[in-house]
Design a protein. Structure first.
Length: 207
């Protein structure tokens, strides 16, 4: 896995709308359409909820999907699915869970500077992994949204994760489970192929 950044996530197509629902039904079938409707209903129900409720419910919704490797689903070693593709296939790998949770929470009004896609090492599985972190402030211990552990827990309660770095649309930081975002790192020399390609696919309406 690599590091992928972009300048912004503004101006992208809606996470779920009538066009997305139509695509889910025509390309992936009636069950995918029903999943899309369920997500739309969830987002509507959560629009005025507090942040913790939004985090918990979005995490729960997507964690019901099935973990499947990129090779199995897409015939590629490292493919980042759009949320529509993830909903349509009802499965994906760790990046796909994180990306869909990120965009769902952005759709619910959670600010970009509170959400960070975070690379970790999952020690129980002994593999590189990705989770979504929510920071109340940059100095806060983040809450972790993870497809391995369904509970939304503070990072310092996740002894099974070794933190590496966190990023979102604008920033890259070394991560520290006890102290929140750590040292800011320069982004101008970092290639952004996967993250930028994903956002390009979404903005172009690729489903």
């Amino acid at each position: 896995m690599g590091l992928f950044l972009t300048a912004a996530t503004e101006g992208l197509a809606p996470l779920i709308d009538q066009q997305v629902l139509k695509t889910l039904k025509s390309k992936y079938g009636p069950k995918a359409y029903e999943r899309g409707k369920s997500l739309s209903a969830l987002l509507e129900r959560l629009k005025d909820a507090d942040a913790l409720t939004k985090l918990t419910e979005v995490n729960r919704f997507f964690n019901e999907f099935t973990y499947r490797s990129d090779q199995e689903l897409w015939g590629e070693h490292d493919y980042w699915a759009t949320p529509t593709e993830f909903i349509g296939r009802h499965g994906g790998d760790c990046e796909d869970y994180v990306v869909s949770k990120y965009f769902a929470l952005r759709a619910l009004g959670i600010a970009d500077d509170r959400l960070y896609l975070t690379y970790v090492k999952a020690t129980k599985q002994n593999i590189a992994h990705m989770v979504l972190n929510y920071f109340e402030t940059k100095r806060s211990v983040p809450l972790v949204l993870d497809n391995y552990n369904p509970a939304v827990l503070p990072a310092n309660k996740r002894g099974d994760l070794i933190y590496v770095y966190s990023f979102n649309a604008a920033s890259l930081f070394l991560s520290n489970a006890s102290a929140g975002l750590g040292r800011s790192l320069p982004t101008d020399k970092i290639r952004n192929s996967k993250w930028d390609k994903l956002l390009s696919n979404i903005s172009k309406g690729k489903q």
